[in-house]
Design a protein around this ligand. Structure first.
Ligand code: IFM
Length: 452
């Protein structure tokens, strides 16, 4: 892609994204309580290299420097998440004003630099006391989330441009409660489906106080999507791909946008299906102002009657991969954005995460991450193609501003535009950071921003 010939709307948001547990560190400071990720990562064998988010990028102390870095890139949006255990350390009850103060300063710091704050309320760091009481499979966790969302939006109000309730509820529910890869590390698919329902319920229920406290902000949710392709032209594989899409994408999308769970997936789950109370789906489907779309890769799927509930399995692919082992498949992003508009009449979309991990090396003070540049080029061009196709995409957030704690992979997977030396906490913008800054400069020539 030659950057110059693709023109995005002049008010397009060019951003970077991070999440609290992945960058903040300072896990015991200013009254923060423990989260499920503190507990999970402290347990042997859960995270590569025994890494934890105890220090991570030390962003809690270096946030001003990090905001300066963002300003030097020229971004006009920053997507961060608020750590629930900083705000309500026990999960319910007393609000920790010192925790809110941190985000208050962060938001003001962004506004001073001309960067719009995009806040996510839940990016997986559930207060541990709530997990001890049952976690997301327990309905009261949704009530606790509403009180937390109320506290945050009451304090930050309309200074935040957009609030997302949840980040990637599929991951929170399935990686955390069914596959054991993420906190709290459980392996019970029935619990995962109940957790998923309560995550969605919490999303819908929280919209009410959020809108009351921040009427000028946009309110929405961030879902993660996989492009799903059948392994062959055989009708059985097409049917398997549809089932897999029900599990991976539609189980979250359809309740939020259509007020119902997809019937095919629901039937497939059988006795695993969650308990749903009267009125829940109306709450979940409350109108949202935007849908956040996280996209990284695709999955190729074949029919397999041996696999319980899904009767589908994933098959290996041949395309180029990132360090995560994920296929680089930009066409999937165009297809997804077009589909959201055409099939679902989705509200305005933001690509709230997209990016790639590569084995970056710092050589002579520089990181020549040419593969990441190519990944971004291809995916940003894919977003452009969807806009050309009539989709209302309002912004793009690169994942991630800087290398950080990549969950069960610890610090071994680097997604950043900025390299972080985790020994010294030195930040070194990679070649991709310069590339992204130049792209933004070309797209927003009139913007009064400092340049990288
Ligand atoms: O790092 C994660 C992020 O927290 C959620 N979306 C995917 C990213 C890369 O794995």
């Amino acid at each position: 892609m030659s950057k110059a010939h693709l023109r995005f709307p002049s008010d397009f948001v060019w951003g970077v994204a991070t999440a609290s547990y992945q960058i903040e560190g300072a896990v015991s400071e200013d009254g923060r309580g423990p989260s499920i990720w503190d507990t999970f990562s402290a347990a042997p064998g859960t995270v590569e290299g025994g890494a934890t988010g105890e220090v991570a990028c030390d962003h809690y102390h270096r946030w001003e420097q990090d905001l300066d870095l963002m300003q030097s890139l020229g971004v006009n949006g920053y997507r961060f998440s608020v750590a629930w255990p900083r705000v309500i350390p026990s999960g319910t009850g007393t609000i920790n004003e010192a925790g809110l103060d941190f985000y208050d300063r962060l938001v003001d710091g962004l506004l001073e630099r001309g960067i719009a704050p995009f806040a996510t309320l839940y990016h997986w760091d559930l207060p541990q006391p709530l997990q001890d009481a049952g976690g997301w499979p327990d309905r009261t966790t949704a009530d606790a989330f509403v009180a937390y969302a109320d506290a945050v939006t009451r304090r930050l109000g309309d200074r935040v441009a957009a609030y997302a309730t949840m980040n990637e509820p599929w991951c929170a529910a399935f990686l955390g409660y069914a596959f054991g890869h993420h906190a709290p590390g459980l392996r019970d698919p029935k619990l995962a489906l109940q957790a998923a329902h309560h995550l969605l319920l919490a999303h819908g229920a929280a919209l009410e106080p959020m809108r009351a406290n921040a009427p000028g902000a946009q309110h929405g949710i961030v879902l993660d999507f996989n492009a799903i392709t059948p392994a062959t032209d055989a009708p059985v594989d097409a049917a398997a791909a549809k089932r897999f899409d029900g599990f991976r994408n539609r189980w979250f999308l359809e309740p939020v946008l259509l007020g119902r769970y997809p019937a095919d997936a629901h039937e497939g789950y059988g006795e695993l299906a969650p308990r749903i109370e009267d009125g829940d789906l109306e709450v979940i489907a409350r109108p949202i102002d935007f849908l956040g779309v996280n996209y990284y890769t695709r999955t190729i799927v074949a029919d397999d009657p041996e696999v319980p509930h899904l009767a589908a399995r994933t098959v290996p692919f041949e395309g180029p991969t990132t360090e995560m082992g994920w296929e680089v498949y930009p066409q999937g992003l165009t297809d997804l954005l077009l589909r959201l508009q055409r099939e679902y009449r989705a509200p305005p979309l933001f690509v709230t995460e997209n990016g790639a991990a590569y084995a970056d090396e710092l050589k002579d003070g520089a990181v020549a991450d040419v593969e990441r540049v190519a990944y971004f080029e291809q995916h940003i061009a894919a977003v452009h193609a969807a806009i050309e196709g009539g989709t209302d995409v309002r912004g793009y957030f690169a994942w991630s501003l800087m290398d950080n704690f990549e969950w069960a992979f610890g610090f071994n997977k680097r997604f950043g535009l900025v390299y972080v030396d985790f020994e010294t906490q030195e930040r070194v913008p990679k070649r991709s950071a310069g590339w992204y800054a130049e792209l933004i400069r070309e797209q927003r020539p009139a913007a009064p921003l400092e340049r990288a």
